[in-house]
Design a protein around this ligand. Structure first.
Ligand code: AMP
Length: 720
């Protein structure tokens, strides 16, 4: 199979519709696709009533035995598009064997993913669809950095499906811990472009030598450009190529209202405070900032008004990050302050260099059009800049460290420094030092990943260099659900990052809004005049010099894609009453307070992540008590800041999730507040007394003598 050019069975969505006219039929069901009954029951349990376009196109082709090359992003339903046929085939083979056949046991499917988080997500989804398959099919996720002693006995049971990063499974297969030859049927490479970005091609190449000659392959990728060429050549044989139009893959752009407002750095805080406090943005909101310090600056600022938020950044331990995303998806937190800081660096370089070398790329494209699909390839290059590309890219350092005591603060600070040093290959050195044994598994398989330079003397980032060992990352594949709005508190430095970010909302047919703060050069100058409150103009390494260049690129890109970014006008004079409060709050958010908060959270999350892990494995329900939006306030919160008196109410247009094109005037109007009822007062009092998450239940975390105990237990807060 290796070295064979994929013979294109080109298939756009409309062509797929011609082949299977029923794919456009809104009444099409999974049963129509010929799936096993047990899977249909699992899907019904998940409330999946009809297949998404990618599922409708890929499942029949896959069941017919074709290799699949699909341009598919998170949100399109791509996991089911490969997992349903994969499981269906296993069920069919097993059904054909006698009950006592030794052939029943064996690994038949392997799903390769670029990150541990994505492995968890794919495994969880598979377990859901296997609900009615009894013991016929099982799935094992080996992407985490478990000890070989734990992992190998599990592999010895020959799980039907293995989910892993390429390096992890390669390490195991080289140690003969698993047989991928005898019964093997299906290989999936999910998020293939990221697999390539993370330099996993060599691992995949080597892994192929352990697989049989014939098997079915799926390659799912957000892009089908040069980046995945090598993988295409390696794993696909005459694939059906499914290129769904992005607008049909998910309805993001039809349902997304994109807004921007020009303001200065100081006013960003003022506007956000007003929007959140007065609930002018309703529902779950992801607020993007450009670096980790700014995450905590904003969190502490909002805390001053008793607006709880949760922070998600590349510095937090894996377990915490996975848990934070899960809880956010469940609706436990309203506001997430996120960074995509590290993921943006490479893109910025890419974007800059791509503008410089546009003509060179055009020549390259010409060369690549061997199959005569000129327009498609060009389109693809454009698409890479013009359409949403899934989730936030964040790098992540392994986190399975030793328990921390107070004496570890220096190491934590070293970690923070490491996170701050941009674009370094050695970002994780300080952490790695603390982790000792954690490094072994990836270094064994890929000597290039062994590099662990000094944390304090980081090397210069190489242009275009790609990081190794990025198995940890809240990366693009992660599915954030029901996000009502995305706020670009800091404007992203690249158009690509913009599409990643705003693509977190308006998913799955729901409405969504994005609001971007744009600081022009003129506005930036105003900020600096006021800098004493904001610790040097409120700037940090994450703040752009000004946002104009990036904004122009985004505007161009969105206009070319037929989308509109409309101005959102805020009558700033009406917010003057809030300005004093904002400035008061900002005075409390000093650099020292930010540093302390960051250290405190990092320490608490590492303790949560490690000390409590075993406890949660035994009692998963207790996880509900582990909250990540606890106040960090090293500075005192002034009680009067919590409430907004009637006389201060402005007349501001809500940032609603209204359908695009609807009359914005409809949202102009005074904000009305619900009067406090006796009931709400009673509830608030109860929660103040320490009712905690879930009311009367006892907080199991209190049993622990860890640092998290000191930080206030699992106190639930409300934000008005
Ligand atoms: P994916 O692109 O596989 O990450 O899926 C994105 C989201 O869509 C996940 O939350 C899935 O559970 C959901 N999903 C996938 N297929 C369907 C379907 N046919 N109907 C409803 N939801 C779906």
């Amino acid at each position: 199979m290796a070295d064979k050019d994929p013979v294109s069975v080109q298939m756009t969505e409309s062509e797929a519709a011609e082949t299977r006219p029923d794919t456009v039929d809104p009444n099409l069901t999974f049963a129509d696709l010929g799936l096993d009954d047990r899977l249909l029951r699992g899907l019904a349990k998940l409330n999946f009533t009809k297949p998404t376009p990618i599922q409708a196109a890929s499942i029949p082709m896959a069941l017919a035995g074709k290799d699949i090359l699909a341009k598919a992003r998170t949100g399109s339903g791509k996991t089911a598009a490969f997992m349903l046929p994969l499981v269906h085939k296993i069920l069919a083979v097993k059904d054909s064997l006698p009950a006592n056949s030794p052939e029943l046991t064996g690994t038949r499917g392997l799903v390769l993913v670029p990150t541990v988080e994505l492995a968890g997500q794919v495994t969880a989804f598979t377990q859901n669809i296997l609900l009615f398959c009894g013991r016929s099919v099982n799935v094992l996720n080996i992407a985490g950095k478990q000890n070989d002693k734990v992992q190998q006995p599990l592999l010895a049971t020959q799980p039907d499906i293995i989910v892993s990063t390429p390096s992890r499974i390669l390490a195991q297969v080289k140690m003969n811990a698993v047989d991928l030859k005898t019964h093997f049927q299906t290989l999936v490479i999910d998020e293939a472009d990221l697999v390539c970005n993370y330099d996993y091609e060599e691992d995949v190449k080597e892994l192929l030598t352990f697989l049989p000659r014939i098997f079915q392959s799926f390659l799912m990728s957000a892009t089908l450009g040069n980046d995945v060429d090598q993988l295409k050549q390696l794993v696909l044989r005459s694939p059906a190529i499914l290129k769904m139009e992005d607008k049909t893959m998910d309805s993001t752009w039809d349902n997304l209202k994109q807004l921007y407002t020009v303001c200065n750095e100081n006013d960003k805080y003022l506007i956000l405070y007003v929007l959140l406090k007065l609930k002018l943005i309703k529902g779950k909101v992801i607020i993007f900032v450009n670096d980790i310090d700014r995450c905590y600056r904003l969190k502490l600022f909002l805390e001053q008004f008793t607006i709880p938020s949760v922070v998600l950044n590349s510095e937090l331990p894996l377990n915490s990050r996975v848990h934070i995303v899960e809880e956010f998806n469940k609706g436990i937190y309203d506001y997430m302050i996120a960074t995509d800081e590290s993921g943006l660096k490479g893109e910025k370089e890419d974007e800059e260099s791509s503008t410089q070398s546009e003509s060179q790329e055009a020549t390259k494209e010409d060369e690549e059009e061997a199959d005569g699909s000129d327009d498609e390839d060009k389109e693809e290059e454009e698409e890479e800049d013009n359409v949403p590309e899934g989730d936030i890219e964040m790098e992540f350092e392994g986190s399975e460290g030793e328990d921390l005591d107070n004496g570890d603060e220096d190491e934590l600070e070293a970690m923070m420094k490491a996170s701050d040093s941009e674009g370094e290959d050695d970002e994780n050195a300080a952490l790695a030092e603390m982790q000792g044994d954690v490094k072994s598994d990836t270094t064994e398989t890929n000597p290039k990943k062994r590099k662990e330079p000094e944390p304090t003397t980081p090397s210069k980032p190489k242009k275009g260099s790609k990081k190794k060992d990025q198995e940890y990352g809240v990366s693009r594949g992660i599915d954030f659900v029901n996000v009502a709005a995305v706020v670009n508190f800091d404007f992203p430095p690249t158009a690509k990052a913009y599409t990643h970010r705003v693509g977190r909302t308006a998913r799955g047919g729901q409405m969504g809004t994005s609001l971007s703060f744009v600081v022009t050069a003129e506005e930036k100058a105003k900020t600096i005049k006021n800098s004493q409150i904001f610790g040097g103009g409120g700037s940090g390494s994450g703040v752009n010099d000004n946002d104009e260049a990036a904004f122009d690129r985004v505007m161009k890109q969105q206009t070319a894609a037929g989308c509109q970014i409309s101005p959102y006008t805020i009558p700033m004079q009406q917010l003057q009453g809030f300005r004093y409060r904002m400035e008061d709050a900002m005075r409390a958010v000093t650099k020292g307070a930010i540093r302390e908060a960051r250290l405190k959270e990092l320490k608490a999350e590492m303790l949560n992540s490690e000390k409590l892990k075993a406890h949660f494995e035994d009692r998963p329900k207790d996880l509900e008590f582990l909250r990540h939006d606890k106040t960090l306030h090293p500075t005192k919160v002034q009680p009067h800041m919590k409430h907004v008196p009637e006389y201060m109410m402005p007349k501001v247009q809500a940032v609603s999730t209204q359908k695009v094109g609807e009359n914005a005037e409809a949202f102009l109007g005074p904000i009305t507040y619900k009067k406090k009822t006796a009931n709400s007062v009673r509830k608030a009092r109860q929660s103040k007394k320490g009712g905690g998450a879930g009311g009367k239940k006892n907080d199991p975390l209190k049993k622990f003598s860890s640092g998290s105990k000191k930080s206030g237990g699992a106190k639930r807060q409300r934000n008005v």
